[in-house]
Design a protein around this ligand. Structure first.
Ligand SMILES: Cc1ncc(COP(=O)(O)O)c(C=O)c1O
Length: 517
């Protein structure tokens, strides 16, 4: 049985004990000394991923410490530590003199990498809602925390592309302007100056202005999604969600025990007939969508569909939760206006993030909704954070409305476009497929037959002979039905062009080795 699961079976590394799992770094210098804890963390991360994809069945014995040590070339103590980490989390258990076994109750409900959700094909041939499965470790956070040389997993903007010292000076000025800023709370709905600036901004860039009480400042878009879920979704409610979708949103709705109903998103938008059939069949309480530079695919729903979506939402009494996190990160022409602006019946909740490009550390976002929905969102906000920190709002608004902020955004778009192009150039001739996005932070890449994303990730995290490591997010992390997928998300926003070229070359090398096996 152990034989079948030997993803660590790399004879080259076994010959060089200790060179296997390298916790690299994102800088240019050589990786620092590898502390055993970092190495066992990396091994534990890989094992979690393998457990999530269903490599072992409930109660099955895992490879022995000795065997895993031989296969990975890692010291036995390191393997032992990795197993103990998983044991502490309840993922595996040890039996005296017998070894380590996969815990029965914590195993994902279905095999398939990242299978967070159970998926049942409908008897009539259509799609049944995906049901929430048992809790899994926060795999994505785990993946981001593995320190590696070429980090393509996190859709974060390279801090070097942000005007950091200027922003720090601006933050200091805020204390002179508002000496009592730390001495009080912000209003629940948001700081008046910021609300006014957001209204001006939305009028200029999105062609709509939320009325007095229809705008709320949030701790990032993530809190906004959370508030929506708390205010509108009851356990068992049907929720439409794109397939693939932003993994944190999947997790939030899943945690609420919503019945997730996947909706495909294609280069030309949605199949509106399919969408209408799903609305008719499941009567969903809401449709969570990310129609502008969609995460992870980068797709942008065309203008003509936006009005039709608003009409469908009205017809079926389904709230559209329009997550517009990447609107300002476009290359060339700006995207079509938000659905919110087309919606005359007030069925859309508009969610914005600014933490992608203005002071990411401040986590400022906002949401707009018609008054009766907003009242429910405010109740949820009062229950959760009770308001967004005033200092963060003041620092943010000061920069947000400045000319400098506009100039920065303009340059940032150019820099990100160059990085996207560098990644596309590095992928040329690979046989990997992608649809070039006109905005956003990532490429959604389809791997060729014979290359398994989970295995590629394991190889890349593990590092090769030179100890060079890389990370990306396997597509199934974004799939509400948790099916094994051929896609991966490669983010081009964190590394510069040279490092993108090197990191993609490394991934291609690992993929090639896999196809050659
Ligand atoms: C589609 C989408 N929505 C929301 C968020 C979270 O935004 P914030 O950082 O403002 O919470 C992200 C972050 O990656 C995202 O991709």
């Amino acid at each position: 049985m152990e034989q079948q699961h030997s993803m660590y079976n790399r004879r080259d590394r076994a010959a060089k004990p200790g060179s296997a799992v390298r916790a690299g770094h994102t800088g240019d210098a050589q990786p620092p000394f590898q502390a055993p804890l970092a190495t066992s963390n990396a091994l534990a991360a890989e094992l979690r991923i393998r457990i999530a994809r269903g490599d072992w069945i409930e109660g099955e014995k895992l490879p022995s410490v000795r065997r895993l040590s031989e296969e990975t070339g890692l010291h036995r103590l390191t393997v032992y530590k990795a197993y103990n980490l998983l044991k502490d989390e309840g993922l595996i258990e040890s039996r005296e003199k017998s070894g380590y076994f996969l815990t029965v109750s914590r195993r994902p409900v279905e095999s398939g990498f990242g299978s967070v959700f159970k998926f049942r094909p409908a008897s009539g041939g259509g799609q049944e809602p995906a049901e929430a499965g048992p809790p899994l470790p926060a795999l994505l956070g785990e993946l981001h925390s593995v320190d590696c040389r070429y980090q393509f997993s996190q859709a974060l903007i390279d801090p070097l592309l942000l005007p950091n010292s200027y922003l720090a000076e601006e933050a200091k000025r805020v204390f002179d302007l508002y000496p009592r800023v730390l001495g009080t709370y912000a209003p629940l709905q948001g700081d008046e100056d910021l609300l006014a600036a957001l209204r001006r901004y939305l009028a200029e860039t999105c062609s709509f202005v939320p009325e007095g009480q229809e705008l709320l400042v949030t701790n990032g878009a993530q809190e906004a999604i959370h508030l929506v879920c708390e205010a509108l979704v009851r356990p068992g409610d049907a929720v439409l969600i794109e397939q693939p979708s932003y993994s944190v949103a999947i997790e939030i709705f899943k945690h609420r025990s919503a019945r997730l109903v996947p909706v495909g998103i294609h280069p030309e938008g949605y199949d509106l007939e399919e969408l209408e059939a799903l609305m008719r069949r499941y009567r969903p309480v809401l449709f969570y969508l990310n129609p502008t530079f969609h995460n992870p695919t980068g797709r942008c729903v065309p203008a003509e569909q936006r009005k039709q979506l608003a009409d469908l939402a009205e017809k079926y009494g389904c709230i559209l939760v329009e997550d517009d996190a990447f609107r300002d990160i476009y290359f060339g022409t700006p995207p079509p206006p938000p659905i919110y602006g087309y919606d005359t019946a007030g069925n859309t909740i508009y969610v914005r993030s600014f933490s992608k490009y203005i002071f990411p550390g401040l986590r400022i976002g906002c949401m707009a909704a018609r008054a009766d929905i907003m009242r429910r969102l405010l109740t949820a906000k009062a229950r959760s954070s009770g308001g967004t920190p005033l200092l963060n709002q003041k620092v943010f608004v000061h920069h947000f409305q400045s000319e400098r902020s506009r100039r920065h955004l303009h340059k940032l778009r150019i820099a990100l476009q160059l990085r996207k192009e560098a990644m596309e150039t590095a992928l040329e001739g690979s046989g990997w497929n992608w649809h070039s996005p006109s905005g956003g932070l990532s490429l959604w890449v389809e791997l060729p037959e014979g290359v398994d994303p989970a295995r590629l990730l394991a190889d890349a995290l593990n590092g090769g002979q030179g100890g060079e490591t890389a990370s990306f997010v396997p597509g199934s992390f974004f799939d509400p039905s948790g099916r094994l997928d051929r896609h991966i998300r490669l983010s081009y926003s964190l590394l510069n062009e040279r490092r993108i070229a090197e990191g993609v070359a490394l991934l291609r090398e690992y993929a090639q080795r896999q196809s050659d096996r």
